[in-house]
Design a protein around this ligand. Structure first.
Ligand code: IFM
Length: 438
């Protein structure tokens, strides 16, 4: 990849927040100290996770959080995005863990940024049920009551698109359903849960609330009408379906008619104003008309019935996951959002960006992050109000259906000994942060 790595990273506006992200199920371990989640059930089913692993121990962060906070402090981030495990909060002593973690972060001068749902739904619950949204709001109130004196920034949900698509439409993630378009109520109930959570957080005094949605440009495979239409549909499904209820208070392209319940009333809840909009960005997608056969892309099973197909983007380097490296698509995505939503687009925070590569001397990761931070800066220069950037991830962790085969961390984790070793990218990012403050 052609790179400007080595040249100073341009300056972002004052108050820009630099951070790193993780999630509970991917790092905590200590599964027997909480009730089960849908992911525990899923990983217990043969063949669901490619390397047959579970997150029972993961990085054992639950017991080693002090060491991990020390790594964050030495890295020099402003903020740490982690997720709160709903099943743990439901379990005796579970909330005490987050209390200790938040105290440790505050003492280290790192702002805690909790995400309240990152896919690990209690196993007794189901997003097909509307009631799960109400229960989520009740759980959020409990967490906000306990942590709200020390937490400023909150994130309601992580990537409801992936949880709907991978977990309920395609069966590649927990809970492993293959409902295709019958999974749409799962999207609606999560969005409703987001809106109810915003209300619950406001009631607890929170003033800095966002959501972390995954987005990426959908490029048409050709100029043919059928490819352009398929790419437009894909854009609606992955981007607009999850952005527009939150930003505009409406569903795109008549999709609201397919949602359950009193959709107009629910949209008023879903559109409760947020203070910023979180974007998880990894790569664009090249989309064309269906090809009439089942395919696989980036580890995802894509059945022939879908009204689109996802193609390889040629001529680009790919990560170990096979995802193309296209930094300028981040600029395109954000300037495109700005054009689409104008002043209704809240300030943007990149809540995840990163790549999977092996090795501790991870020069490819440095090149990837460097190029994406510059692409974010280009969006800022083009008028997008960009307020922060979080690397995915602080450390290698349980990458869902891929198990431990994909390493996204700035810190290497030896899963035998649980030894943490900062990679070259950790040292590089520390220097970027120092320079940003210098
Ligand atoms: O590891 C995941 C994370 O949980 C959600 N966003 C994408 C990451 C990389 O696949």
């Amino acid at each position: 990849m052609a790179t400007d790595a080595g040249k100073p990273i341009p300056r972002f506006p004052d108050g820009f927040v630099w951070g790193v992200s993780t999630s509970a199920h991917q790092i905590e371990g200590a599964v027997d100290e909480r009730e089960p989640s849908v992911w525990d059930v899923f990983t217990g089913e043969p063949g669901r996770v490619k390397d047959g692993s579970t997150a029972d121990v993961a990085c054992d962060h639950y017991h080693r959080y002090r060491e991990d906070v020390a790594l964050l402090a030495a890295l020099g981030v402003d903020a740490y995005r982690f997720s709160v495990s709903w099943p743990r909060v439901n379990s005796p002593g579970g909330l005490d863990f987050y209390d200790r973690l938040v105290d440790e972060l505050c003492a280290a001068g790192v702002a805690p940024v909790p995400t309240l749902f990152h896919w690990d739904l209690p196993a007794s619950l189901d997003w097909l049920e509307r009631d799960t949204a109400e229960r989520f709001a009740a759980y959020v109130s409990v967490v906000a009551e306990r942590l709200g004196d020390r937490v400023g920034k909150w994130i309601t949900l992580n990537e409801p698109a992936e949880h709907t698509l991978l977990g309920h439409a395609l069966g590649a993630h927990a809970p492993g359903r293959r409902l295709l378009f019958d999974a749409l109520p799962v999207a609606h109930h999560q969005l409703l849960a987001h809106g109810l959570a915003v209300r619950a957080l406001r009631a607890a005094g929170a003033r800095d609330i966002g959501i972390a949605n995954s987005h990426g440009p959908a490029w048409a495979a050709s100029e043919k009408d059928e490819d352009v239409a398929a790419a437009g549909f894909y854009d609606t499904l992955l981007n607009r379906l999850f952005a527009e209820p939150v930003i505009l208070g409406e569903y795109p392209d008549g999709l609201g008619e397919l949602m359950p319940g009193d959709v107009a009333a629910d949209l008023k809840v879903i559109a409760e104003p947020v203070d910023w909009y979180g974007v998880n960005y990894y790569a664009p997608s090249l989309v064309g008309a269906p090809q009439g056969t089942d395919t696989e892309y980036g580890g995802l099973p894509l059945p022939a019935e879908l009204p689109f197909s996802v193609r390889e983007i040629e001529g680009r380097p790919v990560t170990d996951f096979g995802w193309p490296v296209v930094p300028e698509a981040l600029t395109e995505l954000l300037t495109g959002f700005r054009e689409r939503y104008g002043d209704r687009l809240p300030p943007v925070v990149i809540t995840e960006n990163g790549c999977s590569y092996e090795g501790v001397d991870d020069q490819e990761r440095i090149a990837y992050l460097d190029a994406h931070i510059r692409a974010l800066h280009a969006a800022s220069e083009a008028g997008v109000d960009v307020r922060g950037y979080f690397v995915w991830s602080l450390m290698d962790n349980f990458e869902w259906a891929e198990g431990y085969a994909r390493r996204f961390g700035l810190v290497h984790v030896d899963y035998e000994t649980l030894t943490r070793t900062p990679k070259a990218s950790y040292h590089w990012f520390r220097d970027v942060l120092r320079a940003a403050r210098g």
